[in-house]
Ligand binder design. Structure first.
Ligand SMILES: Cc1cc2nc3c(=O)[nH]c(=O)nc-3n(C[C@H](O)[C@H](O)[C@H](O)COP(=O)(O)O)c2cc1C
Length: 312
């Protein structure tokens, strides 16, 4: 029997397959199904500061804290709470509440679209670091930072985030992008789930950062199949996170991903998932530039043979 046990953020997980924040993890029923289907850990939906302001008159964050509490009472797997704030004070205050409610770890979902031409990228980064430092000073539970990929130096920023106190990095969040409706000519919210193609972005960064930053790495965006999970682990992810695939096929889809992962490991003579992890990270490959720009030159040199037109 292949061993899937994994460490993430210092926590012991029975499997590297983790359910990321989504409406599925927002109900006890969804959480139960995810655990039954083999999730190694669950990340609750983010507690958004704006929601709290709306509720401020009476309810406060009670609903969310109750979910943490119920999840902890019901599940065996680690429960990671998630927070999305706007003001520094609120991040810190809510982080404490989530820790008190019993969360095993905290994911800071820094989902922020910096649209002001007056705010430099360095200033945005400074705010991120400050935020992580202040939350770190307040809570004792492990902290993960869930980032967007839109930074000019992901490697430098992630290193600084770890120095500021992050125990893990979730690479990456996937911004929901508004669309335009040509009939109504209105900006419309339109939720489009990811595809496996989108794994390439986290895959590259996981490969580059594996053992380069002293932090746990979670691959998020585009993990749909066992093949996707295997690739992310091979690049160096400690865990892979799934949302779109579970929304599309239901929590039970985790079973087939786990079965596929086990079969692959067995077929390749690997007894543990640890054998696979980081096997093809940037440090481990013969040509480290393959994860960087040289890849592009090779691709162009091989054009059009290396172009895959999607035919499925
Ligand atoms: C409907 C929906 C709700 C989500 N809610 C949250 C959330 O509350 N907090 C968060 O950090 N990410 C949230 N996400 C992002 C997912 O956790 C995940 O990072 C993203 O969907 C990319 O992974 P995927 O390709 O497996 O879907 C949400 C995604 C979807 C589709």
């Amino acid at each position: 029997m292949v061993e899937l046990r994994t460490r993430y953020l210092g926590l012991e997980l029975a499997s590297p397959l983790v359910a990321s924040a989504s409406p599925l993890t927002g109900s006890l029923e969804g959480l139960r199904r995810l655990e039954a289907a083999g999730a190694g850990a669950v990340v609750l939906p983010s507690l958004f500061e704006e929601q709290l302001t709306l509720e401020a008159d009476n309810a406060g964050p009670h609903g969310y804290l109750a979910l943490v509490d119920k999840a902890k009472a019901t599940l065996q797997v680690p429960v990671i709470a998630s927070l999305n704030g706007v003001t520094p004070g609120a991040w810190v205050e809510h982080a404490s509440l989530l820790e008190e409610a019993g969360a095993d770890a905290l994911e800071l979902n820094i989902y922020y679209v910096s649209s002001s031409p007056k705010v430099a990228g360095s200033e945005v980064e400074r705010r991120y670091l400050e935020l992580v430092r202040s939350v770190r000073q307040t809570v004792g539970i492990p902290l993960a930072v869930k980032l967007s990929p839109y930074f000019s130096s992901v490697a430098n920023l992630t290193r600084q985030l770890v120095q500021a106190g992050a125990d893990g990095l979730v690479l990456f969040n996937r911004f929901y992008q508004p669309d335009l409706d040509l009939d109504t000519m209105e900006v419309t919210p339109r939720l489009v789930l990811s595809t496996s193609e989108e794994l390439r972005l986290p895959l590259r960064w996981v490969a580059i950062l594996h053992k380069e930053v002293p932090a746990s790495l979670a691959a998020s965006t585009g993990v749909h199949t066992a093949a996707d999970a295997i690739k992310a682990l091979m690049a160096g992810a400690d865990v892979v996170m799934m949302t779109s695939a579970l929304l599309r096929h239901g929590p039970e889809h985790l079973r087939s991903v786990e079965a596929g992962l086990r079969d692959w490991l067995e077929d390749h003579g690997m007894q543990t998932v640890g054998h696979l992890r980081g096997m093809r990270s940037q440090r481990s490959v013969r040509d480290p530039a393959a994860w960087e720009r040289a890849n592009y030159i090779t691709m162009l040199a091989g054009y059009p043979d290396q172009v895959h037109t999607e035919a499925h």
